[in-house]
Design a protein around this ligand. Structure first.
Ligand SMILES: Nc1ncnc2c1ncn2[C@@H]1O[C@H](COP(=O)(O)OP(=O)(O)O)[C@@H](O)[C@H]1O
Ligand SMILES: [Mg+2]
Length: 272
Protein backbone atom coordinates (compact mmCIF):
# COMPACT_ATOMS: atom_id res chain seq x y z
CA UNK A 1 0.00 0.00 0.00
CA UNK A 2 1.71 3.16 -1.19
CA UNK A 3 2.17 6.23 0.94
CA UNK A 4 0.24 9.15 -0.53
CA UNK A 5 2.02 12.50 -0.24
CA UNK A 6 0.63 15.88 -1.35
CA UNK A 7 3.05 18.59 -2.42
CA UNK A 8 1.14 21.66 -1.28
CA UNK A 9 1.49 25.39 -0.74
CA UNK A 10 -1.16 27.80 -2.02
CA UNK A 11 1.52 30.24 -3.11
CA UNK A 12 2.43 29.93 -6.78
CA UNK A 13 6.01 29.60 -7.94
CA UNK A 14 7.46 28.11 -4.76
CA UNK A 15 8.62 24.86 -6.36
CA UNK A 16 5.64 22.50 -5.94
CA UNK A 17 5.76 21.20 -9.49
CA UNK A 18 9.57 21.08 -9.67
CA UNK A 19 9.54 19.12 -6.41
CA UNK A 20 6.72 16.81 -7.54
CA UNK A 21 8.44 15.94 -10.81
CA UNK A 22 11.92 15.50 -9.44
CA UNK A 23 11.07 13.89 -6.12
CA UNK A 24 8.84 11.38 -7.93
CA UNK A 25 11.55 10.73 -10.53
CA UNK A 26 14.22 10.29 -7.84
CA UNK A 27 12.07 7.85 -5.86
CA UNK A 28 11.59 5.90 -9.09
CA UNK A 29 15.31 5.91 -9.86
CA UNK A 30 15.82 4.48 -6.37
CA UNK A 31 13.54 1.65 -7.54
CA UNK A 32 10.47 2.57 -5.57
CA UNK A 33 7.39 2.20 -7.78
CA UNK A 34 5.93 5.72 -7.80
CA UNK A 35 2.80 7.35 -9.21
CA UNK A 36 2.70 11.10 -9.81
CA UNK A 37 -0.80 12.57 -9.94
CA UNK A 38 -1.18 16.12 -11.15
CA UNK A 39 -4.26 18.03 -9.99
CA UNK A 40 -3.19 21.46 -11.28
CA UNK A 41 -4.99 22.66 -14.45
CA UNK A 42 -1.70 24.32 -15.46
CA UNK A 43 -0.55 20.77 -16.30
CA UNK A 44 3.12 21.63 -15.78
CA UNK A 45 3.95 18.25 -14.24
CA UNK A 46 2.29 16.56 -17.21
CA UNK A 47 4.17 18.59 -19.82
CA UNK A 48 7.32 18.28 -17.69
CA UNK A 49 7.31 14.58 -18.58
CA UNK A 50 6.84 15.32 -22.25
CA UNK A 51 3.19 14.21 -22.16
CA UNK A 52 1.36 16.30 -24.75
CA UNK A 53 -2.17 17.54 -24.14
CA UNK A 54 -3.51 16.05 -27.37
CA UNK A 55 -2.22 12.61 -26.40
CA UNK A 56 -4.25 12.68 -23.18
CA UNK A 57 -7.62 11.00 -23.68
CA UNK A 58 -8.45 10.62 -20.02
CA UNK A 59 -6.91 12.81 -17.36
CA UNK A 60 -7.49 13.47 -13.69
CA UNK A 61 -10.53 15.58 -14.68
CA UNK A 62 -12.29 12.51 -16.08
CA UNK A 63 -11.41 10.63 -12.88
CA UNK A 64 -12.84 13.33 -10.60
CA UNK A 65 -15.85 14.40 -12.63
CA UNK A 66 -16.84 11.38 -14.74
CA UNK A 67 -15.71 8.55 -12.51
CA UNK A 68 -13.20 7.16 -15.02
CA UNK A 69 -10.89 4.54 -13.51
CA UNK A 70 -7.44 5.91 -12.57
CA UNK A 71 -5.90 2.88 -14.30
CA UNK A 72 -7.34 4.17 -17.59
CA UNK A 73 -5.51 7.50 -17.26
CA UNK A 74 -2.03 6.26 -16.37
CA UNK A 75 0.84 7.22 -18.65
CA UNK A 76 4.17 5.43 -18.50
CA UNK A 77 7.38 7.45 -18.50
CA UNK A 78 10.98 6.88 -19.56
CA UNK A 79 11.58 5.69 -15.99
CA UNK A 80 10.38 2.11 -15.51
CA UNK A 81 9.32 2.74 -11.90
CA UNK A 82 7.38 5.95 -12.59
CA UNK A 83 3.84 6.44 -13.88
CA UNK A 84 1.88 9.68 -14.26
CA UNK A 85 -1.81 10.54 -14.02
CA UNK A 86 -1.90 13.61 -16.26
CA UNK A 87 -3.87 16.82 -15.84
CA UNK A 88 -5.43 18.85 -18.62
CA UNK A 89 -6.51 22.48 -18.77
CA UNK A 90 -10.14 21.23 -18.59
CA UNK A 91 -9.49 20.69 -14.87
CA UNK A 92 -10.24 24.41 -14.30
CA UNK A 93 -13.94 23.50 -14.41
CA UNK A 94 -13.71 20.55 -12.03
CA UNK A 95 -14.23 22.33 -8.71
CA UNK A 96 -17.56 23.76 -9.86
CA UNK A 97 -18.68 20.41 -11.24
CA UNK A 98 -17.72 18.59 -8.04
CA UNK A 99 -19.51 20.98 -5.73
CA UNK A 100 -22.93 19.32 -5.96
CA UNK A 101 -21.59 15.85 -5.25
CA UNK A 102 -22.03 14.19 -1.90
CA UNK A 103 -18.70 13.50 -0.14
CA UNK A 104 -17.09 15.83 -2.66
CA UNK A 105 -13.91 16.07 -0.55
CA UNK A 106 -13.39 12.29 -0.76
CA UNK A 107 -13.59 11.80 -4.53
CA UNK A 108 -9.82 11.54 -5.12
CA UNK A 109 -9.29 9.33 -2.06
CA UNK A 110 -11.87 6.81 -3.31
CA UNK A 111 -10.57 7.04 -6.87
CA UNK A 112 -6.98 6.10 -5.95
CA UNK A 113 -7.78 3.43 -3.34
CA UNK A 114 -7.10 0.59 -5.78
CA UNK A 115 -4.25 2.15 -7.76
CA UNK A 116 -2.15 3.04 -4.70
CA UNK A 117 -1.71 -0.63 -3.88
CA UNK A 118 0.66 -0.98 -6.81
CA UNK A 119 3.09 1.74 -5.73
CA UNK A 120 5.40 2.55 -2.83
CA UNK A 121 4.72 6.29 -3.21
CA UNK A 122 1.92 8.36 -4.72
CA UNK A 123 2.91 12.02 -5.13
CA UNK A 124 0.18 14.63 -5.76
CA UNK A 125 1.16 17.95 -7.35
CA UNK A 126 -1.36 20.48 -6.00
CA UNK A 127 -2.59 23.72 -7.56
CA UNK A 128 -1.76 27.12 -6.03
CA UNK A 129 -4.99 27.42 -4.03
CA UNK A 130 -6.69 25.90 -1.04
CA UNK A 131 -9.85 25.04 -2.96
CA UNK A 132 -11.68 21.75 -3.40
CA UNK A 133 -8.90 20.17 -5.51
CA UNK A 134 -6.28 20.73 -2.80
CA UNK A 135 -8.78 19.60 -0.13
CA UNK A 136 -9.29 16.40 -2.15
CA UNK A 137 -5.52 15.89 -2.25
CA UNK A 138 -5.12 16.44 1.49
CA UNK A 139 -8.05 14.15 2.25
CA UNK A 140 -6.50 11.43 0.08
CA UNK A 141 -3.01 11.82 1.58
CA UNK A 142 -1.09 10.28 4.43
CA UNK A 143 1.13 13.32 4.60
CA UNK A 144 2.04 16.63 3.02
CA UNK A 145 5.36 18.04 1.89
CA UNK A 146 5.43 21.84 1.97
CA UNK A 147 7.92 23.47 -0.38
CA UNK A 148 9.05 26.85 0.93
CA UNK A 149 10.92 29.17 -1.37
CA UNK A 150 13.96 30.83 0.23
CA UNK A 151 12.77 34.33 -0.64
CA UNK A 152 11.26 37.39 0.98
CA UNK A 153 7.90 36.63 2.66
CA UNK A 154 8.67 32.90 2.61
CA UNK A 155 6.50 32.22 5.64
CA UNK A 156 3.70 34.54 4.58
CA UNK A 157 0.52 32.59 3.91
CA UNK A 158 1.81 29.41 5.54
CA UNK A 159 -0.60 30.06 8.42
CA UNK A 160 -3.52 29.59 6.02
CA UNK A 161 -2.07 26.31 4.75
CA UNK A 162 -1.45 25.03 8.28
CA UNK A 163 -4.99 26.03 9.22
CA UNK A 164 -6.39 24.15 6.23
CA UNK A 165 -4.35 21.09 7.21
CA UNK A 166 -5.78 21.39 10.73
CA UNK A 167 -9.36 21.59 9.46
CA UNK A 168 -8.83 18.61 7.12
CA UNK A 169 -7.41 16.68 10.08
CA UNK A 170 -10.43 17.55 12.24
CA UNK A 171 -13.13 16.75 9.71
CA UNK A 172 -11.89 14.71 6.79
CA UNK A 173 -8.63 12.88 7.46
CA UNK A 174 -7.50 12.48 11.08
CA UNK A 175 -4.33 10.68 9.95
CA UNK A 176 -2.90 13.53 7.86
CA UNK A 177 0.64 14.44 8.91
CA UNK A 178 3.18 17.02 7.86
CA UNK A 179 5.86 14.90 6.19
CA UNK A 180 8.30 17.75 6.00
CA UNK A 181 9.17 21.22 4.79
CA UNK A 182 11.46 21.42 1.77
CA UNK A 183 13.52 24.57 1.35
CA UNK A 184 13.61 25.40 -2.37
CA UNK A 185 15.54 27.81 -4.59
CA UNK A 186 18.15 28.23 -1.90
CA UNK A 187 20.88 30.60 -3.01
CA UNK A 188 24.14 29.82 -1.27
CA UNK A 189 25.51 33.28 -2.10
CA UNK A 190 22.89 35.29 -0.26
CA UNK A 191 22.38 35.95 3.40
CA UNK A 192 18.66 36.09 2.73
CA UNK A 193 18.48 32.36 1.97
CA UNK A 194 20.26 31.59 5.23
CA UNK A 195 17.95 33.89 7.16
CA UNK A 196 14.86 32.29 5.63
CA UNK A 197 16.21 28.81 6.33
CA UNK A 198 16.83 29.73 9.99
CA UNK A 199 13.38 31.24 10.33
CA UNK A 200 11.69 28.17 8.81
CA UNK A 201 13.74 25.90 11.07
CA UNK A 202 12.75 27.92 14.14
CA UNK A 203 9.11 27.49 13.16
CA UNK A 204 9.06 23.87 11.93
CA UNK A 205 12.03 22.37 13.82
CA UNK A 206 13.05 18.92 12.67
CA UNK A 207 10.19 18.80 10.15
CA UNK A 208 12.51 20.72 7.82
CA UNK A 209 14.31 18.33 5.48
CA UNK A 210 18.09 18.46 5.80
CA UNK A 211 18.34 18.15 2.03
CA UNK A 212 17.99 21.70 0.74
CA UNK A 213 17.13 22.38 -2.92
CA UNK A 214 19.49 25.03 -4.25
CA UNK A 215 18.73 27.32 -7.15
CA UNK A 216 19.91 25.48 -10.25
CA UNK A 217 19.22 26.48 -13.82
CA UNK A 218 19.09 22.82 -14.94
CA UNK A 219 15.93 22.37 -12.86
CA UNK A 220 14.28 25.24 -14.72
CA UNK A 221 15.45 24.01 -18.14
CA UNK A 222 14.58 20.32 -17.85
CA UNK A 223 10.75 20.65 -18.26
CA UNK A 224 11.11 22.22 -21.69
CA UNK A 225 12.84 19.01 -22.75
CA UNK A 226 10.03 16.95 -21.24
CA UNK A 227 12.37 15.34 -18.74
CA UNK A 228 12.97 15.28 -14.99
CA UNK A 229 16.38 16.76 -14.21
CA UNK A 230 17.90 13.37 -13.52
CA UNK A 231 17.37 12.39 -17.18
CA UNK A 232 18.24 15.84 -18.50
CA UNK A 233 21.49 16.37 -16.59
CA UNK A 234 22.14 13.60 -14.12
CA UNK A 235 25.26 15.17 -12.60
CA UNK A 236 23.68 18.60 -12.01
CA UNK A 237 23.30 20.01 -8.53
CA UNK A 238 19.52 19.92 -8.97
CA UNK A 239 19.62 16.23 -9.72
CA UNK A 240 21.79 15.54 -6.65
CA UNK A 241 19.60 17.71 -4.42
CA UNK A 242 16.39 15.88 -5.33
CA UNK A 243 18.03 12.45 -5.02
CA UNK A 244 19.16 13.43 -1.53
CA UNK A 245 15.63 14.60 -0.69
CA UNK A 246 14.19 11.30 -1.96
CA UNK A 247 16.69 9.31 0.12
CA UNK A 248 15.79 11.35 3.20
CA UNK A 249 12.09 10.76 2.58
CA UNK A 250 12.69 7.02 2.20
CA UNK A 251 14.73 6.93 5.41
CA UNK A 252 12.02 8.80 7.30
CA UNK A 253 9.61 6.10 6.14
CA UNK A 254 11.85 3.08 6.40
CA UNK A 255 9.42 1.33 8.74
CA UNK A 256 7.10 1.09 5.71
CA UNK A 257 9.66 -1.12 4.00
CA UNK A 258 11.05 -3.03 6.95
CA UNK A 259 9.75 -6.32 5.62
CA UNK A 260 11.07 -5.74 2.15
CA UNK A 261 14.34 -7.57 1.45
CA UNK A 262 14.93 -5.21 -1.47
CA UNK A 263 14.93 -2.24 0.89
CA UNK A 264 17.94 -3.38 2.88
CA UNK A 265 19.96 -3.59 -0.33
CA UNK A 266 18.69 -0.26 -1.58
CA UNK A 267 19.32 1.68 1.60
CA UNK A 268 22.80 0.19 1.82
CA UNK A 269 23.53 2.19 -1.30
CA UNK A 270 22.90 -0.47 -3.90
CA UNK A 271 21.58 2.21 -6.25
CA UNK A 272 23.38 5.51 -6.57
N1 LIG B 1 15.60 25.00 -7.44
C1 LIG B 1 15.26 25.72 -8.51
N2 LIG B 1 16.21 26.35 -9.23
C2 LIG B 1 15.88 27.12 -10.32
N3 LIG B 1 14.62 27.29 -10.74
C3 LIG B 1 13.63 26.69 -10.06
C4 LIG B 1 13.88 25.87 -8.92
N4 LIG B 1 12.70 25.41 -8.44
C5 LIG B 1 11.76 25.91 -9.26
N5 LIG B 1 12.29 26.70 -10.23
C6 LIG B 1 11.57 27.44 -11.27
O1 LIG B 1 10.70 28.36 -10.61
C7 LIG B 1 9.44 28.42 -11.28
C8 LIG B 1 8.32 28.02 -10.31
O2 LIG B 1 8.51 26.68 -9.92
P1 LIG B 1 7.32 25.62 -9.88
O3 LIG B 1 7.91 24.33 -9.46
O4 LIG B 1 6.55 25.65 -11.16
O5 LIG B 1 6.41 26.22 -8.71
P2 LIG B 1 4.88 25.96 -8.33
O6 LIG B 1 4.51 24.62 -8.85
O7 LIG B 1 4.87 26.05 -6.84
O8 LIG B 1 4.09 27.07 -8.96
C9 LIG B 1 9.57 27.50 -12.48
O9 LIG B 1 9.91 28.27 -13.60
C10 LIG B 1 10.70 26.56 -12.11
O10 LIG B 1 11.39 26.07 -13.24
MG1 LIG C 1 2.88 24.02 -10.05
Amino acid sequence: MGKVISIANQKGGVGKTTTSINLAASLAVLEHPTLLIEIDPQSNSTSGFGIEAQSVKNSVYEVLVNGVDVADTIKNTELPFLDVVPAHINLVGAEIEMIERSKRENILKSAIAEARKKYDFVIIDCPPSLGLLTINALTASDSVVIPVQCEYFALEGLGQLLNTIKIVRQHLNTELEIEGVALTMYDTRTRLSNQVAEEVQRYFGDKVFESVITRNVRLAEAPSFGKPVILYDSISVGSKNYLALARELIMRNKSMFKDSPVFAAKSAGGVS
